[in-house]
Design a protein around this ligand. Structure first.
Ligand code: PMT
Length: 400
C-alpha cells in the first residue's frame, strides 16, 4: 500500500448500495498517503452524502459538470489531468453502459473521456443485471479499451439474491490500485530530465534555436513522478507549466543546461536527455543589437558541449538515456549515436513524419538497447512517456 503515497486518486462513486463502502475506501487511500478527490454522481448522492466524503478525503466533492463554483476551484479538465489513477467504485450497470458507448453526459463520464490516467472499474449490481448479455458486452468493450475490471465478487446481495455482482471489499480495491504503480516503481530514485530547446544568443534580442516545445520531456517528468521518483527537470524556454511535484530549473543556453545537469549528478540515478540542444552557438555574442548595415552577414558558430555525452562519461555516471531526432536511416543513426555518446539506451524518433516529434502532441519511437529494439506506435506524449518510463525503469533495474 505504500506505493499509494503521494499518488493522486480520483474516486468516482455511482448509484448503488455499495456506495457506503466507498467511505472506507477513501479512508484507506488517505491512510496510505494518497491524495483523494471524489466525484459523486446524482445517483451516488442518493446513497452517501457529499459531506461524509468531503470530511474523509479532505477535499470538496465534485458533483456537477456545470457548476461554476466547482469549475472555478478545479475545472473538470484540470481534474482529469490531475489524476494518477481513476477508480470507479461502485460502477453501476448504467455507468458501465454509458462508458462503453463513449458518452460524456455527466461530470464522471466526461472526466473519464478526458483523462489519460489508468481507469479501474469495480462493478456492483444485482446478479441478473451483471449476467445480462448487454452488460457483459459493455464490460468486454471496456476491457478492449484497456480498462481494468475489478471483480465483482460473488455472494449475498442487498436485494436478497445470491450470485456475482457484489463490489469487492475496500481493502482489495485499494490493493489493486497500489499494484498499478508496482512494476515501474522508481520509488527512492532521483531522475534528472532535460527538456525543450536551448537558445543561443546572437545579440541581446536574437538567438538560434529549434522547434522543440518541451512536451515530450515534461510528459516524461510527469510519468516519472507517477512512478514514485524524485524528479528534477532542467528545461529550456517553453510555454508549458511545470508538472506538479517536480523541481524545475529553467535555463536558456546549452552551457547553462550543462551546468545545471552537472550540479545534479551527485544524487542522480537516471539521466534522460529529451532536450533538443543547439549543436552550435555564435562564437561571439554582440553587446548591442546588431544593426542592419550590410546585404549579407556571417555568424561564426562554435560547437556546444554535448551534455548527455559529458554525463555518460562522468565519474559515478547515472544510467544515461538519450533521444535521437532523425530524418533518415533512423534506427541506424540512433544506434550509432547511442554507441558514440556512451548511452545505456536511446529513444529514436523519426522527426520527418508529420504529426509526431517536434511540437506535436503525439510521438512514435523505437527504444534501442544494446541487444534489443522495441517499436512503440504513435500515441499521445503522455501515454508514450508512461511506457518509456516503465521500460527505462526495467532496464535500470536489470543493470543495477
Ligand atoms: O520538445 P517536443 O516538441 O516535445 O519534441 C520532442 C523532441 C523531438 C525534441 C524529443 O523527442 C527529441 O527527440 N529530443 C532530442 C532532440 C535532439 O536534439 O536530438 P539529437 O539527435 O540532436 O541529439 C541526441 C541526444 O544528444 C539527445 O538526447 C540530446 O538531448 C543530446 N544532446 C545533443 C546535443 C548536445 N549539445 N547535447 C546533448 O545532450
Amino acid at each position: 500500500m505504500q506505493r499509494l503515497a503521494n499518488k493522486r486518486i480520483l474516486l468516482g462513486i455511482t448509484g448503488g448500495i455499495a456506495a457506503y463502502k466507498s467511505a472506507e475506501l477513501t479512508r484507506l487511500f488517505k491512510t496510505a498517503g494518497a491524495e483523494v478527490r471524489v466525484v459523486l454522481t446524482p445517483a451516488g448522492a442518493e446513497f452517501i452524502t457529499p459531506l461524509t466524503l468531503q470530511a474523509l478525503s479532505g477535499n470538496p466533492v465534485h458533483q456537477h459538470i456545470l457548476d461554476p463554483e466547482a469549475e472555478a476551484g478545479m475545472g473538470h479538465i484540470e481534474l482529469a489531468k490531475w489524476a494518477d489513477l481513476i477508480l470507479i467504485a461502485p460502477a453501476s450497470a448504467d455507468f458501465i453502459a454509458r462508458m462503453a458507448a463513449g458518452m460524456g453526459n455527466d461530470l464522471l463520464t466526461t472526466l473519464c473521456l478526458a483523462s489519460d490516467a489508468p481507469l479501474l472499474i469495480a462493478p456492483a449490481m444485482n446478479q441478473a443485471m451483471w449476467r445480462d448479455q448487454r452488460t457483459q458486452d459493455n464490460i468486454g468493450a471496456l476491457k478492449d479499451l484497456g480498462m481494468a475490471i475489478l471483480g465483482p465478487g460473488i455472494g449475498d446481495q442487498a436485494c436478497g439474491d445470491t450470485g456475482p455482482g457484489r463490489m469487492l471489499e475496500p481493502q482489495e480495491l485499494a490493493e489493486f490500485c497500489a499494484e498499478q504503480f508496482a512494476n515501474e516503481s522508481l520509488t527512492g530514485r532521483h531522475l534528472v530530465i532535460t527538456a525543450g530547446p536551448t537558445r543561443e544568443a546572437i545579440d541581446p534580442v536574437r538567438y538560434i534555436s529549434n522547434h522543440s516545445s518541451g512536451k515530450m520531456g515534461y510528459a516524461l517528468a510527469e510519468a516519472a513522478v507517477e512512478s514514485g521518483a524524485r524528479v528534477t527537470l532542467i528545461s529550456g524556454p517553453v510555454n508549458i507549466d511545470s508538472p506538479a511535484r517536480v523541481t524545475l530549473h529553467s535555463v536558456n543556453s546549452a552551457e547553462e543546461m550543462l551546468n545545471a545537469s552537472l550540479n545534479q549528478l551527485e544524487s542522480c540515478d537516471i539521466f534522460i536527455a529529451a532536450a533538443a540542444v543547439a549543436d552550435y552557438r555564435p562564437i561571439e555574442v554582440a553587446d548591442q543589437k546588431i544593426k542592419k548595415k550590410t546585404d549579407q552577414m556571417q555568424i561564426t558558430l562554435v560547437k556546444n558541449p554535448d551534455i548527455v555525452t559529458t554525463v555518460a562519461n562522468s565519474n559515478n555516471r547515472p544510467f544515461t538515456v538519450g533521444f535521437a531526432a532523425e530524418t533518415e536511416h533512423v534506427i541506424e543513426h540512433a544506434r550509432d549515436k547511442m554507441n558514440r555518446k556512451g548511452l545505456d539506451l536511446i529513444i529514436a524518433n523519426d522527426v520527418s513524419q508529420p504529426g509526431i516529434g517536434f511540437n506535436s502532441d503525439d510521438n512514435a519511437v523505437t527504444v534501442i538497447q544494446k541487444d534489443s529494439e522495441q517499436r512503440i506506435p504513435q500515441t499521445s506524449k503522455s501515454q508514450l512517456a508512461r511506457q518509456l518510463i516503465s521500460l527505462v525503469a526495467k532496464a535500470y533495474e536489470t543493470k543495477n
